[in-house]
Design a protein around this ligand. Structure first.
Ligand code: DGL
Length: 267
C-alpha cells in the first residue's frame, strides 16, 4: 500500500492534496501543515531548508513512501537538499508555472504572484533565465496574504484590499496571464477574478504536480492501497482548525477517505 506525505507551511498544500485526491484517490495520504511556523515566505533560506528536511524525515517515520513538497517556497529553498539526503524516496516539488504561462500568454506579459523567498531564490531565477523568447515577467510578492488565508480569510474585505494592492502592478502592466506561485493562492481565485476579470488566464501547477507524482509512484512501484483509505491531517498548531478549514476548502476530500487528525510537535 502506498502512503503519500504532503506538506506545506500551512493550509496552502491542501490545493495540491485536493488535486491528488481527484487524480489519484486510491492511496493513503498524510497532510502536514506546519502552521505554527507559517509563513515560510519571509523566513531565512537556511531556516526553510532545515525545517523542510526535518518535516520530510518526520513524514517518512510516519510511514510515507513518497513526499510532495506542496510549497513553492520550500521547494525553491530545500528540494535539492532533501533529495540529496533522502535518495531512496520519490520527492515531488512545486514551482511557479512559468513555462506553461509563456505558452499560454498571447501578449507576452505574464505576472508572477509568489512569496518573497520564492521570487528571490536561485531556483526561481534560474528558471526565468532558462526561458527563451521575449516574454516580460512582472514579479510581485504577496506579502501578508498567507497569514490571512491561514486564519480562514479568503473573501474578507481585508484580504480583498491587500490583494488589490498586490494586483495593481499587473493591471498597470496589462498582463494577460498570472502565475499563482504559492499554493495558498488558488484559494483566492474568486477574488482574483473579481479584481482582474475573467479575461486573465490563471496558472496553477497542481495538476502537473500530481501527474508527476503518479509517474514517480509507478517508477518506484508503489502500489495503490486497498480500501479503507485514510487521510491523516496533522498540524503543528491546531489540527481541529486545519480539518475545519479543509472541510470548507476541499470538501470532496471527505467523501472517500476515513479521516484521522492530530496536533503534533516536531522539533
Ligand atoms: N504555500 C507556500 C508556497 O507555496 C508558502 C507560503 C508561506 O508560508 O509563506 O510558497
Amino acid at each position: 500500500m502506498a502512503t503519500i506525505g504532503v506538506f506545506d507551511s500551512g493550509i496552502g498544500g491542501l490545493t495540491v492534496l485536493n488535486e491528488a485526491l481527484r487524480q489519484a484517490p486510491s492511496h493513503h495520504y498524510i497532510y502536514l501543515a506546519d502552521s505554527a511556523n507559517a509563513p515560510y515566505g519571509e523566513k531565512s533560506s537556511d531556516w526553510v531548508a532545515q525545517r523542510s528536511l526535518d518535516l520530510c524525515h518526520w513524514l517518512v517515520r510516519e510511514g510515507c513512501q513518497a513526499l510532495v513538497v506542496a510549497c513553492n517556497t520550500a521547494t525553491a529553498e530545500a528540494i535539492a537538499h532533501i533529495r540529496h539526503e533522502m535518495p531512496a524516496i520519490p520527492i515531488i516539488g512545486v514551482e511557479p508555472g512559468i513555462k506553461p504561462a509563456v505558452h499560454q500568454s498571447t501578449n507576452h506579459k505574464v505576472g508572477v504572484l509568489a512569496t518573497q523567498n520564492t521570487l528571490k531564490s536561485d531556483k526561481f531565477n534560474a528558471l526565468l533565465a532558462s526561458l527563451e523568447g521575449d516574454c516580460e515577467f512582472i514579479p510581485q510578492a504577496g506579502l501578508g496574504l498567507v497569514p490571512l488565508i491561514e486564519s480562514g480569510q479568503i473573501d474578507s474585505s481585508e484580504i480583498e484590499g491587500l490583494l488589490r494592492q498586490h494586483l495593481q502592478p499587473f493591471q498597470d502592466a496589462g498582463i494577460d496571464t498570472l502565475v499563482l506561485g504559492c499554493t495558498h493562492y488558488p484559494f483566492l481565485t474568486p477574488l482574483i477574478r473579481k479584481i482582474l476579470g475573467d479575461g486573465i488566464q490563471l496558472i496553477d501547477t497542481s495538476e502537473a504536480v500530481v501527474k508527476q507524482l503518479s509517474r514517480k509512484l509507478e517508477e518506484f512501484q508503489l502500489l495503490q492501497s486497498a480500501p479503507p483509505r485514510t487521510i491523516r491531517f496533522y498540524s503543528t498548531l491546531d489540527a481541529n482548525g486545519l480539518v475545519q478549514l479543509a472541510k470548507q476548502l476541499i470538501p470532496s476530500a471527505f467523501e472517500q477517505h476515513s479521516i484521522e487528525t492530530s496536533t503534533v510537535f516536531i522539533s
